[in-house]
Design a binder for this molecule. Structure first.
Ligand SMILES: O=C(O)[C@H](O)[C@@H](O)[C@H](O)[C@H](O)COP(=O)(O)O
Length: 261
């Protein structure tokens, strides 16, 4: 069942990153207090990395027990290990290298020079198996119930590597697929599918800048998920759009500012 999106609009992207980092710390600490550990799905892009950098700079980061945190990725550019364009490389630089994570709990997506070589479909299947192994009986299917899953939003409304009209966004059975011919380079990628995204308790969509205004307006105005993948990204208990004022500038007035304002 889809949860109606809630919108939080910040003055600018720096404030958005800081507020989202504070929100993420709270969610992780709360999940660790109630369930013993937390699981978070990271996203690439400027906003995802900006949030990680803000988290690295936040004094409250020490409230997190980093050894009891599972990190997963929503998508990955299928490139060699250590490539600066890989989402995991950028996340390591922004935050992961500076906190005491348990390496066994850092679930990077396979690289193109890893055990599956250049077979992106085999790499995707292996990541699906890794997710299935991590899912327990209390979960709702072959993926863990992630506490927070974050997604950047592209100007074309793509999320993860689910691009409008491409086969990956139509996938309803598998939880992870290989992407061939993505319109944004590199063309070969690994991505969670919409059913895997929708297993998360909370899905947060991050959008900042004028070039995201149209995408946000389309996705939040009832568009279909095949044409506007961001419209199909929602969480089991919460769907949160975190925007800056520029990205919110084309939203219908019924959504923002709120009708009661
Ligand atoms: O895999 C990629 O090519 C990007 O990471 C991409 O999916 C990104 O997440 C969005 O386009 C949002 O980007 P920004 O956060 O940079 O606006």
């Amino acid at each position: 069942m889809s949860t109606a999106p809630q919108l939080v609009v910040h003055r600018d992207k720096e404030l958005m990153a800081q507020a989202a980092a504070a929100r993420l710390i709270t969610r992780i600490v709360d999940a660790q207090a109630s369930r013993g550990s937390a699981s978070v799905v990271l996203t690439g892009g400027r906003n995802g990395n900006g949030l990680l950098a803000a988290l690295a700079a936040a004094p409250a980061r020490d409230a997190v027990d980093w050894s009891r945190l599972d990190l997963w990725w929503g998508d990955e550019r299928f490139l060699p290990e250590g490539d600066p364009e890989r989402n995991v490389t950028q996340a390591r630089e922004a935050l992961l290298d500076s906190v005491p994570l348990d390496p066994k709990r850092v679930h990077a997506m396979p690289a193109s020079d890893g055990p599956y070589g250049t077979d992106v479909d085999a790499a995707a299947a292996a990541y699906a198996e890794e997710l299935a192994r991590a899912a327990g009986p209390e979960n709702h299917g072959p993926v863990p119930t992630f506490d927070v899953l974050m997604l950047g939003v592209g100007p074309d409304t793509h999320v993860a590597s689910l691009f409008p009209e491409l086969p990956a966004v139509r996938e309803l059975d598998r939880t992870v697929v290989g992407v061939h011919g993505a319109p944004k380079p590199p063309p070969t990628r690994v991505t969670l599918t919409l059913p895997a995204i929708r297993a998360a308790r909370e899905v947060w969509l991050l959008a900042a800048g004028e070039d995201k205004a149209q995408a946000a307006a389309i996705a939040l105005s009832g568009a279909g998920e095949i044409q506007a993948p961001a419209a199909g990204a929602y969480g089991r208990s919460r769907t949160l759009w975190l925007l800056d004022a520029a990205a919110a500038s084309q939203l219908p007035r019924s959504l923002y500012p709120p009708a009661s304002a």
